[in-house]
Design a binder for this molecule. Structure first.
Ligand code: NAD
Length: 491
């Protein structure tokens, strides 16, 4: 592939080509067409980028926070002004619809806005006269070089759970986008280039697992913010901890939505279907299992199937399209085989969206798929599918449903649909998940709340976004000062 079509890294304020000529193809999943290629940056180049970021740290941490936020104000303006252009790139490489891409960018921008609250959000506290003439205070200081490793499904939003907070608190930062969707960050870093940040403050290196591991293992990198699948999150958590790093690692999910018989009929089925099939089911907060309780099965089953069948599937930039393809052929085949395995276990494929044909035959499309006769012991009930497949399960009581949730491996999100306040309260109290929705299908926290799950959906303590991110990207220093004879001295 000619050099100009291979994406470049952004290191120390400059666009640079990797010396490594091996590059991975990036495809538009709606057509199986190559749109660019992404370099597998070498270890030496990544290490040099880390050294540049480390050099930039000493000046950047001295830059007053009121000045640092000015860069974010400018960044917000640039992102707003280029929103549709970036959204088109997200759609082209990730397959989601244009409206979903716009929504994703809005969420990214919200994090820039929240990070502009840094002067207040990174405040410490102090106590005067803890003893005669002695004061004690806690101040927050930045860590140094920070690194972000992100997944394919939200190429714009997820780096923003961390990036604005990392730099506004005085750290320097290196972003490694997912090798499957690198064009979005390429677009966004063209805006970063216009910010006139001091070189080395914000950098981007492309590549796969190897680049991520170099970032994790380099002693100059102080913290790792990772989002991706659980098996990788676990490895990243262990690897980063073994290298003495601060780490936050978000993993996969298997989100259940519980429907009680008293749930609002129209709103509920629409919201459940949006949750299951929005972004083609490739959201870490996508509904994967809808559990009807008691009579709810009779009330909601047909409505859910009708809603699923009514979705218009196609290329996300085409008018009226409500659902796009999955990210890759590998992903499509993996989902096909999971459904086949489910059939062997006795699962019924009520709506089979595989191999849709027609205009969709070249892309990695699976139309909305609904499964029934599934129980918690089936593989399909335990495995993250990460595609447009919704399993319908049925139980007798809310307690049965909560038991299924709490026995599950993951704990990213659990939702309840009801008109009963006491059922909602019980659910909120008892369900073991980091994000709870009551009559909400995608309980995605706003930028001023922490974003993260429980159990195998998150490894670490402090999450991305908001105050948690400020705490993650700063360390506390407690200072005790004695100034004797202050009152008796003449000044
Ligand atoms: P993935 O785990 O395959 O890749 C994520 C990132 O990790 C990529 O940048 C990849 O290059 C890098 N990587 C791969 N192997 C690595 C290794 N051994 N060490 C270090 N880095 C490595 O994930 P994906 O397929 O891109 O994303 C989908 C997954 O992400 C799903 O499981 C989804 O649930 C999850 N996700 C979770 C959240 C959340 O908030 N919990 C949000 C979005 C996505």
């Amino acid at each position: 592939m000619p050099e100009q079509e291979i994406l470049r890294n952004y290191i120390n304020g400059k666009w640079t080509h990797s010396k490594q000529k091996d590059a991975l193809e990036v495809k538009n999943p709606a057509f199986d067409e190559i749109i660019s290629s992404v370099p597998l940056t070498t270890n030496n180049e990544v290490s040099a980028a880390i050294e540049d970021a480390n050099k930039a740290f000493s000046e950047w941490r001295r830059t007053p926070v009121v000045k640092r936020i000015q860069y974010l104000f400018k960044f917000k303006d640039l992102l707003e002004n280029n929103l549709d252009d970036i959204a088109r790139t997200i759609t082209r490489e990730s397959g989601k619809t244009f409206a979903e891409s716009q929504g994703e960018l809005r969420r990214a921008i919200e994090n820039v806005e929240v990070a502009c609250g840094a002067p207040i959000l990174s405040q410490g506290y102090n106590n005067e006269d803890i003893a005669n003439g002695i004061d004690e205070m806690m101040i927050r200081q930045p860590l140094g070089v920070t690194a972000i490793i992100s997944p394919f499904n939200f190429p714009a939003m997820i780096p923003f759970w961390f990036m604005p907070y990392a730099i506004v608190t005085g750290n320097t930062c290196i972003v490694k986008p997912s090798e499957r969707v690198p064009n979005t960050m390429d677009k966004i870093f063209k805006l970063v280039d216009q910010l006139d940040l001091p070189p080395g403050v914000l950098n981007m290196v492309h590549g796969d697992q190897q680049v991520a591991e170099t970032l994790i293992q380099n002693p100059l990198v102080q913290s790792i913010s990772f989002v991706g699948s659980t098996h990788v999150a676990k490895k990243v958590y262990a690897n980063a901890a073994a290298h003495g790093k601060r780490v936050q690692a978000s993993g996969g999910a298997k989100n259940p939505l519980i429907i009680l018989p008293d749930a609002d009929p129209e709103m509920t089925s629409k919201i459940v279907i949006d949750s299951a099939f929005g972004c083609a089911g490739q959201r870490c907060l996508a509904a994967s299992i809808a559990i009807t309780v008691g009579d709810a099965k009779n009330k909601f089953r047909d409505a859910l199937c009708d809603q699923a069948n009514s979705l218009k599937v196609g290329y996300g930039l085409d008018q009226g399209v409500q659902m796009g393809p999955v990210i890759s052929n590998t992903s499509k085949n993996r989902i096909h085989s999971l459904i086949d395995e489910g059939k062997k276990e006795g699962v019924t494929v009520t709506i089979d969206g595989r191999n849709p044909g027609g205009d969709l035959k070249n892309g990695y499309f699976i139309k909305p798929t609904i499964l029934e006769d599934i129980n918690p012991s089936h593989k399909l009930a335990k495995t993250e599918i990460f595609g447009p497949v919704l399993s319908l399960m049925h139980v007798k009581t809310v307690n049965d449903a909560i038991e299924i949730i709490n026995n599950g491996q993951y704990g990213n999100m659990a939702c309840l649909f009801t008109s009963s306040g006491s059922a909602a309260r019980k659910f909120r109290y008892e369900a073991n998940a980091g994000n709870i929705g009551i009559n909400i299908g995608v309980a995605a926290p706003m930028a001023f709340f922490p974003f993260g799950g429980w159990k195998d959906s998150f490894f670490g303590d402090l999450h991305g976004q908001g105050r948690n991110a400020f705490e993650f990207f700063t360390r506390q220093k407690v200072v005790i000062e004695r100034w004797p004879n202050v009152w008796s001295r003449k000044f």
